[in-house]
Ligand binder design. Structure first.
Ligand code: NDP
Length: 250
């Protein structure tokens, strides 16, 4: 059937992988009816605003995932755009990487990274769960997939215990390991509600975070991620997947 979720929300959509997600969702044969693209500073999000000016289904919403107060009115704002249909796909993409090793890691860098990379996705799900459940319930489809109702968390292979051969990056690695457990927990808790949860490793990608020497370009990474999203279902227990569709060990 292909990837065709009706209502989609992407965090950190102003640059990097988030912006590329928006671009490639718009190029799908059946693009989302509503594509909610959130970012911290819409006033500075030139590329995203340019896309929104050309595509009326793109709505740019202000959201800093670390600010508890930001979530007070946010669910109602989302509801006003999806008009009783529910939210089919939430992509928790926003993230930071403070590159602190063992000597530098301190409570500030650990907390800031955890707040953004772990508590941010948790708050997003808590705030929007009623709408994701609504999407799952109102679907005639009874299987688990990204068209019906799904939560996708942007993780990293750097959060994998099994793949850690080089150490370092204490705030980032620990936050992504925690995000992996968050994802697994949600996968267990929400399966019976008809909601699919999994996390992705996008590859080492040329973005501000990945740097210019990264192995993969954004276009390739996101094309692979959309392909994985089109194929994921509730039949596999492998829910940490890379952009090539390969399972990543926890
Ligand atoms: P970038 O640094 O290029 O972009 C990060 C995005 O997250 C920006 O839009 C940024 O917004 C947003 N963001 C950061 N903090 C917050 C916040 N508090 N509230 C809302 N938005 C926020 O990173 P990438 O695009 O490369 O990474 C996207 C995701 O992919 C991240 O979760 C990252 O960990 C993951 N990833 C990336 C890899 C890579 O090689 N690039 C590898 C593995 C995983 P702003 O512009 O306002 O700062």
């Amino acid at each position: 059937m292909g990837l065709q979720p009706k209502n989609v929300l992407i965090t950190g959509a102003n640059r990097g992988l988030g912006l590329e997600l928006v671009k490639q969702f718009l190029r799908l044969p059946s693009p989302p009816k509503t594509l909610l693209a959130t970012c911290r500073s819409p006033e500075n999000a030139k590329d995203l605003n340019d896309l929104a000016s050309k595509h009326s289904n793109v709505k740019v919403l202000k959201l800093d995932v670390t600010q508890p107060t930001a979530f007070e009115n946010f669910p109602k704002l989302v509801e006003s755009f999806i008009e009783g249909e529910g939210l089919n796909l939430l992509i928790n993409n926003a993230g930071i990487n403070i590159r602190h090793g063992l000597e530098e890691a301190d409570s500030e860098s650990m907390m800031e990274t955890y707040t953004t990379n772990v508590i941010g996705p948790l708050r997003m799900v808590q705030a929007l769960l009623p709408y994701i459940k609504q999407a799952a319930k109102s679907s005639t489809d009874t299987s688990l997939n990204c068209n019906r109702a799904a939560i996708v968390n942007m993780s990293s292979i750097l959060g994998s215990m099994a793949e850690n051969q080089s150490g370092g990056l204490y705030p980032y690695r620990t936050s992504k390991a925690a995000l992996n457990m968050l994802t697994k927990n949600m996968n267990v808790d929400l399966k019976s509600e008809g909601i699919l949860c999994f996390c992705m490793h996008p590859g080492w990608v040329q973005t501000d975070m990945g740097g210019p020497n990264a192995a993969v370009v954004k276009e390739t990474s996101i094309a692979g991620i959309l392909d994985v999203m089109s194929k994921m279902n509730g039949e596999t227990s492998d829910i940490f997947i890379d952009y090539n569709g390969q399972s990543v060990p926890w």
